[in-house]
Design a protein around this ligand. Structure first.
Ligand code: 13P
Length: 339
């Protein structure tokens, strides 16, 4: 358990956060479609290599979450990706869930699958070099959702995953994502997020999880993306902190937010505003997918000539989010740093 706690602490080391590059086949296809690139195995490999070899990103990135395929791939010089990352002092992690599937008898709700055979998969992932893992559950807001049924079945599955992860010596990142699509208010998001976290920590406790060897990856509390009046940065920071203070034990070393479809600069500003209100019982950091990668993906367009520009774009977002970890980020830094 000591090793798990050390790994968790290192993942939220001062000024550093996590890159989520664990898009499943379906999700990476969507991302590549947006830039007109075909999702072939080699294009996926080339894109991930671009991110993992970006010069200097390791100053700000403590770990990278990989998809199963990527954990088994190598850089163009033949170095396996997990080894390449370790050589830069970046820890490789692995997404182990098999995706959110329709929850039986619950219209519009999902349950995350992937528990069968997970102990054996964990043993292999550890062999391949993974030091931490991720499992994502999703919940929608509105029309009576999320139901208690959806909240508790997903909490139970998250805890079963976390127990198997700790047994295998990998730090479980526990990711209950309350989706922020729709027209809900900030208060409705806070209520749903609080209910979800309450169930998650009850199940984690009951299933004997050691909290110092875990990280939480939650959504921020936001007004729905289609709400007519949307809360500003300070309101989001305060509402999110209030929910976290109420439901997340202080024994959890770090909270690494997902970006969940916010613009990259919003994701940075929100994290910064929360850290500016610190210190907090936990490190508040990032485990962003889109908010770290979007500008890089756009700059790349699948062209080898654009690799350097894409790497600079990724480095820049990593640096801005590292600044947000200290509460010292300011939007002016966006242009100052790229000028
Ligand atoms: P986003 O930051 O794009 O939401 O991705 C994070 C993630 O890992 C979702 O599972």
């Amino acid at each position: 358990m000591h090793e798990l706690a050390e790994t968790a602490k290192a993942l939220v080391a001062e000024g550093k956060g996590i890159l989520a590059a664990d898009e499943s086949d379906g999700t990476i296809k969507k991302r590549f479609d947006s830039i007109g690139v075909e999702s072939t195995e080699d294009n996926r490999r080339a894109y991930r290599e671009l991110l993992f070899t970006a010069d200097g990103a390791e100053e700000y990135i403590s770990g990278v979450i990989l998809f199963d395929e990527t954990l088994r791939q190598s850089a163009s010089d033949g170095t396996p990706f997990p080894k390449l990352l370790e050589s830069k002092g970046v820890m490789p992690g692995i997404k182990v869930d098999k995706g959110a599937k329709p929850l039986a008898l619950a219209e519009g709700e999902t349950i995350t699958e992937g528990l069968d055979g997970l102990r054996e998969r964990f043993a292999e992932y550890r062999e391949l070099g993974a030091r931490f893992a991720k499992w994502r559950a999703t919940y929608s807001i509105g029309g009576g959702k999320p139901s208690e049924y959806c909240v508790w079945t997903n909490a139970h599955a998250l805890a079963r995953y976390a127990a198997l992860s700790q047994e295998a010596g990998l730090v479980p990142i526990v990711e209950p994502e309350v989706l922020q699509d729709g027209t809900h208010t900030l208060e409705e998001s806070a209520t749903a997020t609080g209910r979800v976290l309450q169930a998650v920590y009850t199940e984690l406790h009951d299933q004997r999880i050691s909290f110092p060897g875990t990280l939480l990856k939650p959504n921020m509390v936001l007004s729905g993306y289609d709400a007519s009046e949307r809360a500003g940065v300070d309101e989001v920071a305060e509402a999110t902190l209030e929910v976290l203070y109420r439901h997340v034990p202080a024994a959890v070393p770090g909270i690494v937010f997902l970006s969940g479809g916010q613009t990259d600069e919003d994701a940075t500003a929100h994290l910064n505003a929360m850290n500016a209100r610190g210190p907090h019982p936990w490190q508040l950091s990032f485990s962003y997918g889109r908010a770290l990668q979007a500008p890089a993906l756009k700059a790349w367009e699948g062209k080898p000539d654009n690799v350097e520009a894409a790497q600079r774009a990724y480095y820049h977002r990593a640096k801005m989010n590292a600044a947000a970890r200290t509460g010292m980020y300011a939007p002016e830094m966006e242009t100052a740093a790229t000028a």
